[in-house]
Design a protein around this ligand. Sequence first.
Ligand SMILES: NC(=O)c1ccc[n+]([C@@H]2O[C@H](COP(=O)([O-])OP(=O)(O)OC[C@H]3O[C@@H](n4cnc5c(N)ncnc54)[C@H](OP(=O)(O)O)[C@@H]3O)[C@@H](O)[C@H]2O)c1
Length: 182
Amino acid sequence: MASDRPFTCSVFIGTSLDGFIARQDGDLGWLTSRGEAAGGDLGYQEFIDGIDAVVTGRGTYEAGLSFDPWPHEGRYVAVLSSTLEPGADPRVTVFRDLDGLVRGLAERGTKSVYVDGGQVIRAFLRAGMIDQVVITTVPVLIGTGVPLFGELGGDVPLTHVSTEVFGAGVVQSAYRVEHPPA
Ligand SMILES: NC(=O)c1ccc[n+]([C@@H]2O[C@H](COP(=O)([O-])OP(=O)(O)OC[C@H]3O[C@@H](n4cnc5c(N)ncnc54)[C@H](OP(=O)(O)O)[C@@H]3O)[C@@H](O)[C@H]2O)c1
């Protein structure tokens, strides 16, 4: 699955210094307030302009429903979920598992995928399907919350590509994922 997919997969995500992407109750204020203090969009628009499909977990999809405007209007959005009713939201396509998702993305000629949501990112990493990771770290420890990383089933070697320091102590690092030859 990792080597024969016809598209690249990227992560672009904000975390606390201790590696959380949301508080347990979903609160993101600790992240957005520091992102705003840093100024600018921290490279998001340039990143998203190069993307032709967004893949999220149900958790991230549901969190996004409270945003006004909805963050992915006009983009192809695939949601991985075993519970979400297919067709319940015409803006998204629901896939039950990774294999079906990869087939669906390939069938529509996808070239570049944005993978979002902690569980889904970990599922993609375990499947060897992440090529690029951009992590924006804000200077706070929140102690507990929704984790970005976790059990992987093996090391994932990375090559550091760049690090940029924004205002307010926000640091963004990009890594390329090294895929061992099959
Ligand atoms: N800091 C940031 O930049 C950032 C970015 C994105 C999200 N977030 C936050 O992170 C939280 C959500 O992250 P999360 O890690 O809890 O959840 P998530 O990865 O967005 O979604 C988890 C759900 O996705 C489905 N799923 C995951 N892997 C699957 C697989 N292989 N096959 C089928 N379904 C699969 C399952 O849904 P079912 O239970 O329906 O099967 C699972 O419960 C939200 O609070 C969101 O606001 C923060």
